[in-house]
Every structure is written in C-alpha cells, then in structure tokens.
Design a protein around this ligand. Structure first.
Ligand code: BF8
Ligand code: SF4
Length: 635
C-alpha cells in the first residue's frame, strides 16, 4: 500500500515506534489482508445458509444465482439490511440500557445515578406528550422511562414508535407511513429483518430495502431516546473549551482512557476518578487522575463535561503505543479486539465491563448500574495499580494537542442564537440561510476506515464546504477528526470560513459571550447524538412550514465503516437528506439495489445516497445539491 495511513501527526509519530516494538496495528493487518475479497466488496457473497457460501459472478460468466436460486439483487439487499439490523440493535440496546437506568433512578433503585437535568426531563416529557403539571421529578422520570420502553414493547403495528412520532415533521411521518416504513417496535423490526432474510423468505430487493428503511428508522428512534435520556441523567451539552489528540495524555498522571459508547459507565468512572485523585497522588502521580476519551464514549464525556478526547476509531491502538495509558476501560462497540494484545506489551490494564462484550486477555470487571460506584472504584484502583507498574522509559506522548470548543447540542445552538433574538431564536439562523450568508448545512458523521487516509476526507471536505459558507455540524469519529485537527476553534473559523459564514458565526458567538466566533465545526456529540442534528433540522423545517427534504441540508460519512453507520446513513436518506458516502458501500454487485439507494430513493423519500470517494469532488457535489435545494425553496 502506498497510501498514507493517516494525516494525524500523533499517528505518524507513533507508527515507527510500534514498528520498532514489533506491535502490529490496524494498518499492518489491513496490508496483510490485501487483496480483499472482491465478491464481499460487491456484496454478492451469501453465507445465509450452509448450502453456501454462494457468490455471484459479477462479470456474468459464472453463476448468476446461488444454490437456492437467490440472485445478486436478493443477496445484496439481504446483506445490507442485515447490517442495518445490527446497527439498529446496537444503538437501541444502548438506548434501552439508558432508559432502564432512568426507570431505576425514578424508582430509587440506583443510588449512584441521579437526574442532573430536570429542565430537560420536563422538556422531554412535554415532547412525548406527557402531562407533568403537579408531578414530582421521580414520577415524571418514571413516565418518560415507561413511555420510552414502550418503543421496545408495543405490539400494535399501526402505532409508530413514540420517539419517532414525537420528533419528526408531520409531512415526513405521513410520507413514511405511506410507504409502510414506520417502525412500531424497535425489537420487533430488528427481528423482522432477521426473519425475512432467512433462507427462503423475502427475495424481492425493493421490498427488502424498504424493510431496511424501517429498520433504519428504528435505529433513529433508538438513538434519539438514548441521546435525550442521557442528557436527563448526565446533563445537556454546553459549550466548553477542551483539547483533543494524544497530547492530552499526561506523563505525571494516572491516565484512564474511557472507550466505547455508553455514558452509564464513563460517567461513573469520571465521578470516582475525582474522588480517588488523592489516592493516585499517593501512588506517585503528581498530576492525579487524567481521564481521556476515545471514540464515542470520548465524545459523550467531551460534550457534556469538557473531558479531552485522546483519539478516534482508527488510532485507538496508538493511544496504547504511547505507553502512558494505565487503563483502557471499554464497554460496547468499536473496540478493536487487538487492544488487549497491545495492552499486554505494556503495563496497561484493558478492562472490559459488559458481560456480553468481552475480549480475551482483558481484565473483566462486571459493571452493574446497581453497583456502579463500587465497580468504578475497582476500575480506578486497577488503573492506579497499573500506574505503579508503568515504565517511564517507554512513555512517548506525542506533543500534539489541539484546542476544541465543543458541546453544541440543540439547546446550546438555540441558546447561542437566542443571544441575537431571544423571542425567536431560530430567526437569525433562518434569515442567514434565506439571505445566503449560510449557503447550507452539512452534518459530518461516521467512522474512520482503513480504506481511506485517516481523517483526511473529513478535513478536506470540511475546509472546502466552510470556504463556501456551509455551516458544519459533526458527530462521532468525524467530530473526533475535526477536534484533533484544530477545526473546532475560533481560529479555524477565522482561517477557513467564507466571509458570510464567518460573519454569522462571529455575530452569534460574540452575542453568546464567546468573545469571538463560534468554532468552524460544531461538535454535537457521539453517533447516537446524530438525533440532535435532526432536532435542529426539524425545528427549522417546522418554522418554515416545509419538510426535511426541502432544506439545504446534506449529510456526509466520508470514512464510513460500521454497521451502525449503514443504519444511520439509511435513516438520513429516509428523512429526506442527501447523504454522501466516501467509502464504497458493499452493494454495487446489484445494479438494482444501487439504483434503489441512489436514484429511486430520491422519488420515494427525497433523500438518497451519493457515493464519491474523492473528497474534493464530494464537496462539489454536496454544494450542487445544496444549491438545488435552495432553488427549490426559491432562495
Ligand atoms: O458510534 S463513528 S467508528 S466510535 S460507529 Fe464507531 Fe464509527 Fe466511531 Fe461511535 Ni459511530
Ligand atoms: Fe447460497 Fe441461497 Fe444459502 Fe445464500 S441462502 S448461501 S444463496 S443457497
């Protein structure tokens, strides 16, 4: 491979060290995997039954049907919607976990958690149509939790999931209802996808893809409830100044990296770290305990509490190569199994916490909400003990750290806008879009992928769009990229924003007391927090009396990789948003499915997938789409 692995300078600094130490990284394994299977890449490999595996010859010379008779269209459609089901299951399981915790708190069963944002709780209850007058906080919390859990239990196929129905535009709900795409029950819809893709079931590619759209909307429901209820329990994001990249590790501190996704774990680890700081100092760590984040757990604690972000997905192993991480505490999703092997090359404790997400070689501390503080104490103690074993000679912390101004959830964005117009906060945003100062809005989401140079596509696209006055929002590892590369700063706005965008960001930022512009890219949070961007878009659409597919709004996952990203991308399309992918989706072995996702979707849903691997061209295409939308609105 001649391709550069990453544009992250910390990665560049550490890769030679990994090599010297004989540590294999994700990039070494990627290289060893070449050439990757062409059938799998096209999506035409089927392993759904043991008559297979079957694969369709993409050139038309060999078999055109699997042993059971399934053709490329059926196989590709089944494969991609199974990915959606897994993505939806992942986000929704995370959401269920949070909802059950809220119920436990409401019923006084979880002493280590509390409701930190009562105002948000009331707002959520109102959004869900629950009566709160005269009710105490625990009673409201219980009702919210039960209404939420109803989205996993409802058996009435004609009643759509509550969160979905409470958070989209009327027009969108009608359109999706017309396609029979509204999920009634997250679990049921995921199960249905698995059932209909069993051998000898649904073979109609269009019908399968529609089932996938329903599954993706269940994914939206799950992430929406996860986001909002996490705010209730842990606080709603507020702007904060923090830092990103491996330079946030400290030589003189017990470094604990929290990695994974669910704040139920990381929040309590943060609480206990504060309480155990003295213990760390007694162990010789003059700097006490230093918590840093990786992947979406990192984003969760970053936007809520300003905890620094060590790195994003593809460079998670590099955090360990510094030799400075004393414990990496993980829960679910996007944790490379390789971390335990690399941790073992150092003194690092890799601590798994979820019984259904274990890694061979890691230390398992069974985490339970009922004993959260006790479990977190054990975790922090393991980290302090590991610190005592740390070999200072092997510590190499690359001196790369960028300032990041983060924490722009919907409330924070509306709050900032309210500084310009308290009575009608959306008006300054809408006026700026209407008069062209803001040409459009782009949401950057999704992962890193070894198929692209890490972070490169994110940075290239963002700079070009910003120069063209597009307002940028980010979540997940995309947000991690921008934070690491200094694009979440006021300086980045000065340097990269087009003049009119700069004017708006400066007016809002100054009025909101930031002493200058808003950062170039607004960090909305983790991947489940993509629902926040929808919330802003729905508010704007409702205010304008239009649907989401009329807004000059686009989404992009330039380095997408995971099944969750497939689910998110699909609901983004279902909500009417043109959605760019910068990595090749594994569907191109079926021209029919490709057409459904990139063309037909446009008529049915308003949104559609756009695939463009070149980030520069991708930015141009998004600008063209934004302009088309503007024309449609007559602005
Ligand atoms: O949920 S962006 S690599 S960490 S899947 Fe994973 Fe992708 Fe990162 Fe978060 Ni989202
Ligand atoms: Fe082959 Fe059909 Fe079995 Fe798939 S389901 S492996 S195409 S026989």
């Amino acid at each position: 491979m001649t391709m550069n692995h990453s544009i992250d300078p910390a990665v560049a600094a550490l890769l030679p060290l990994a090599k010297k130490e004989g540590i294999a990284t994700v990039w070494d394994r990627y290289k060893a995997m070449q050439p990757q299977c062409g059938f799998g890449q096209l999506g035409v490999c089927c392993r759904i039954c043991w008559k297979g595996p079957c694969r369709i010859d993409p050139f038309g010379d060999g078999p055109q049907r699997g042993i059971c008779g399934a053709d490329a269209d059926t196989i590709v459609a089944r494969n991609v919607i199974r990915m959606i089901a897994s993505g939806a299951a992942s986000h929704s399981e995370h959401g269920r976990h949070v909802a059950l915790a809220l119920l436990g708190v409401a019923e006084g069963k979880l002493p280590d958690y509390r409701i930190r944002d009562e105002e948000k709780l009331r707002a959520v209850a109102a959004k869900l149509g629950l009566e709160t007058d005269g009710k105490e906080i625990p009673a409201i919390a219980r009702e919210v939790a039960l209404a939420t859990l109803g989205d996993f239990q409802n058996q009435d196929h004609d009643t759509p999931c509550t969160w979905l129905a409470s958070t989209l535009t009327e027009k969108r709900l009608e359109r999706l209802a017309g396609l029979h795409a509204l999920p009634h029950n997250i679990d049921a819809v995921v199960t249905q996808i698995l059932a209909r893709t069993h051998v000898g079931c649904d073979a109609d590619p269009a019908n399968l893809i529609l089932g996938g759209v329903k599954g993706a909307l269940a994914d939206y429901d799950g992430m929406c409830l996860a986001t909002e209820l996490s705010d209730v329990l842990f606080g709603t994001p507020r702007p904060a100044v923090t830092a990103a990249n491996l330079g946030v590790l400290k030589e003189d501190a017990v470094n604990i990296a929290v990695h994974g996704h669910n704040p139920l774990l990381s929040e309590v680890v943060c609480d206990l770290a504060l309480l155990m700081d003295d213990e760390a100092r007694r162990a010789g760590a003059a700097g006490g305990i230093n918590i840093v984040g990786i992947c979406c757990t990192g984003n969760e604690v970053m936007v809520r509490h300003g905890i620094p972000l060590a790195t994003n997905y593809l460079s998670q192993e590099m955090a360990l190569v510094t030799g400075a991480v004393d414990a990496m505490v993980v829960d679910v999703q996007c944790i490379m199994p390789s971390v335990s092997e690399i941790g073992a090359c150092f003194h690092t404790e890799i601590i798994t916490t979820m019984d259904d997400n274990r890694i061979p070689g890691a230390t398992h501390v069974r985490f339970r909400e009922t004993t959260a503080a006790e479990n977190a104490r054990e975790i922090v103690s393991l980290a302090i003990a590991a610190f005592r074993r740390r070999n200072p000679q092997r510590v190499v912390i690359p001196d790369f750290r960028q300032t990041a101004v983060v924490g722009f959830g919907t409330e924070a964005i509306v709050g900032a806008l309210a500084a310009l117009n308290a009575d009608d906060p959306l008006k300054p945003l809408i006026d700026s879009i209407a008069n062209g100062s803001i040409r459009g809005i782009a949401l950057f989401a999704g992962c890193n992928n070894t198929r692209t140079t890490q972070d490169s596509s994110f940075v290239t696209m963002a700079k070009k769009l910003a120069r063209n006055n597009v307002l940028l929002l980010a979540t997940g590892c995309g947000a991690g990229s921008f934070a690491k590369h200094g694009l979440m700063t006021q300086e980045a706005t000065e340097e990269h924003a087009g003049d009119s965008l700069k004017g708006v960001l400066t007016a809002v930022g100054t009025a909101a007391g930031l002493g200058g512009p808003l950062p170039l890219v607004l960090h909305m949070g983790s991947c489940v927090d993509n629902s926040r961007a929808v919330e802003v878009a729905v508010a704007v659409a409702n205010r304008l009396g239009v649907d989401l597919d009329q807004l000059p709004l686009v989404a992009s996952a330039p380095e997408a990789m995971s099944e969750k990203a497939v689910a998110i991308g699909t609901w983004s399309v279902a909500l009417g948003i043109p959605t760019h992918l910068g990595t090749m989706p594994q569907v191109t072995g079926s021209p029919a499915v490709t057409e459904l996702l990139t063309e037909t979707a446009k008529d049915l849903l308003g949104g559609y997938f756009m695939v463009e691997l070149d980030p520069d061209k991708a930015a141009d295409r998004l600008l063209a789409v934004i302009d088309e939308r503007r024309q449609g609105l007559g602005i």
